[in-house]
Design a protein around this ligand. Structure first.
Ligand code: TEU
Ligand code: CA
Length: 562
């Protein structure tokens, strides 16, 4: 398999608004990030993925861009950004920017022009359609954030498409001028020293031009008509040919709804499109009808999904590995245990992910085991999609507010967006002012300072996992093989590289478990590379023993021949 730097890297995602505030206005900023680069380096991550910092009216925290070439005032200036790249590069690290190209802000000058008149030169930059037969929206597609995906404009009597909020009109990728303009913008950032890109909802850029309704309902999910749409591969190949392939970049596409088959096109190693994608299969295992309906996830399904992605991409495409990002609830609360087993379960999830084949992504705070939050009132929430959901459920459908809050506690995106917990001082050391969103009340216990001074912390465990990856190519390049178990508690897999072996044994449950060793080498011949519990008589270790007792959320990685 071809060795590439972005396969060997570990990415750390920074959500700048919530990372570090340098000037006391309560909002994280670029100077704050510069201040904390040494922390990220200490962790061992080598690439920073920075969520959007472009100028934006901030309806969706920067995922609504009004100028691709300047920096949001809240975050600082272009000089600050230039300093940031320089400081990142000085530390031997790389910077990956977030590109939001499916849509812009409704305040972007292109859209301001576009909505003016049907013959405006920017009209075709967006997707306009006349009203449907009943005078309502052109079809029944729902926006991801609630309500119709179409918004009516008085000026011209037409509707524009917005898959997200009405402040995020979708760009018309079928217009070659739009594509050209975006590629030029990408080129501009590469020239400024960017090392890679994460591309927001990139598999939704090509819509079925007949815009059919999705079934009969008044509002329905139209994904089948725009996710992995008719021309998406053509456009990505074009962008690759015209820009990306001319540089040595790391690229990852956010592609909700992508299957392994899709991945073999988006992220095949011939690199005619992107280098990897974020699929969503594992983070939708606890979805009922949609994200706001919560069902319990099953370990069997998680094992199935992860194994399938490992096997089907092997040797052909490259996996990204993640449990967290700024849209997802905290993984320790979701797939682990955020009460008495917070620490071991956070370490277990990290082991599960970092020992798979692919490039791991760590989301800020994950490395210290930050958890979901339960704010008492909807007033405490900031996320546009959460607020829209609450309004719809409580005001329009008359649902009990407390019930709705309970769902938000599980699913709301603000779970990931509470400020980074640096220390036990006021506001967790994030700001000297009033934070734009409240700090999680557990900051006095869960914070960077405490984690750094405790050798058994989640933070130091992540460091050790990352250094294993840096030391042993098998962690990056080894092949994957599932070791069958009953799937109730245990997830066990092997990695192989030439004569070397790894076996990863995970008790993904809050009860003790027993694993029957099934390797053709004994535990004594191997070496325990990492584990999230101190050695204890009768547990693990092994020698010639075949039976391994595991404590709740215990994770053990054995190596052979390395
Ligand atoms: O997210 C795309 C996306 O599909 C999300 O709606 C996701 O399904 C949801 O947040 C799960 O909770 C991207 C960005 O990551 C997100 O922050 C933006 O709001 C969105 O695009 C629009 O740009
Ligand atoms: Ca600030």
């Amino acid at each position: 398999m071809e060795r590439r730097w972005w396969k060997e890297s570990v990415v750390y995602q920074v959500y700048p608004r919530s990372f570090m505030d340098s000037n006391g206005d309560g909002i994280g900023d670029l100077r704050g990030l510069v201040d904390r680069l040494d922390y990220i380096r200490e962790l061992g991550a080598d690439v920073i993925w920075l969520s959007p910092i472009y100028q934006s009216p901030n309806k969706d925290n920067g995922y609504d861009i009004s100028d691709y070439f300047s920096i949001m005032q809240d975050f600082g200036t272009m000089e600050d950004w230039e300093l940031l790249v320089e400081e990142i590069h000085d530390r031997g690290m790389k910077l990956m920017m977030d590109l939001v190209m499916n849509h812009t802000s409704d305040e972007h000058p292109w859209f301001v022009e576009s909505r003016r008149s049907k013959d405006n030169p920017y009209r075709d930059f967006y997707i306009w359609r006349p009203p449907g037969r009943d005078g309502g929206p052109p079809n029944n597609w729902a926006s991801m954030f609630g309500g119709s995906a179409w918004e009516y404009c008085e000026e011209t009597g037409e509707y524009y498409l917005h898959l997200f909020s009405k402040h995020q009109p979708d760009l018309n990728w079928d217009n070659p001028r739009v594509r050209r303009t975006l590629y030029d913008m990408v080129w501009w950032w590469i020239n400024k020293g960017v090392d890679g890109f994460r591309m927001d909802v990139i598999n939704s850029i090509s819509k079925d031009q007949s815009f059919p309704s999705a079934g009969e309902g008044e509002l329905a999910n139209g994904k089948q008509y725009y996710e992995n749409g008719p021309h998406v591969h053509e456009y990505l190949q074009e962008m690759n040919r015209e820009v990306l392939s001319r540089f040595d970049l790391m690229t990852v596409g956010e592609t909700g709804g992508a299957t392994t088959e899709d991945a073999l096109r988006y992220a095949c190693s011939e690199e005619k499109e992107l280098q990897m994608i974020f699929h969503f299969e594992h983070v939708r295992l606890d979805y009922g009808e949609d994200k706001w309906s919560v069902v319990p996830w099953k370990l069997k399904d998680l094992i199935d999904v992860l194994s399938r992605w490992q096997k089907e991409l092997e040797g052909k495409a490259w996996n990204s590995l993640y449990f967290n990002n700024h849209d997802q609830p905290r993984s320790v609360s979701r797939f682990g245990h955020d009460k008495e087993f917070r620490v071991p379960s956070a370490k277990l999830l990290a082991t599960m992910l970092h020992m798979l084949q692919g490039t791991p992504y760590i989301y800020q705070g994950e490395e210290i085991g930050m958890t979901n939050v339960r704010f008492p009132s909807i007033e405490d929430y900031r996320d546009i999609s959460t607020l829209q959901f609450y309004k719809e459920q409580v005001e329009e459908k008359g649902r009990d507010p407390q019930d709705v809050l309970e769902v938000i506690y599980k699913r709301g995106r603000d779970n990931a967006r509470t400020p980074m917990q640096w220390n036990a001082a006021e506001h967790a050391g994030f700001t000297t002012g009033t934070p734009w969103i409240q700090v999680h009340p557990n900051y006095t216990m869960v914070n960077v300072e405490a984690e750094r001074s405790d050798p058994n912390s989640v933070f130091h465990y992540y460091r050790r996992l990352i250094s294993l990856r840096k030391k042993h190519p098998i962690v990056v390049y080894g092949s994957y093989e599932l070791v069958p178990t009953d799937g109730e508690q245990l997830f066990v897999y092997r990695r192989k590289l030439k004569r070397q072996r790894l076996v990863v044994i995970l008790n993904v449950s809050d009860r003790p478990a027993v694993y029957h060793w099934s390797e053709d080498w004994s535990m004594a011949e191997g070496r325990l590379l990492i584990s999230n519990y101190p050695p204890l008589e009768g547990y693990g270790s092994g020698g010639a023993a075949k039976e391994m007792k595991l404590r709740p959320y215990e994770a053990r990685v054995y190596g052979y021949g390395l």
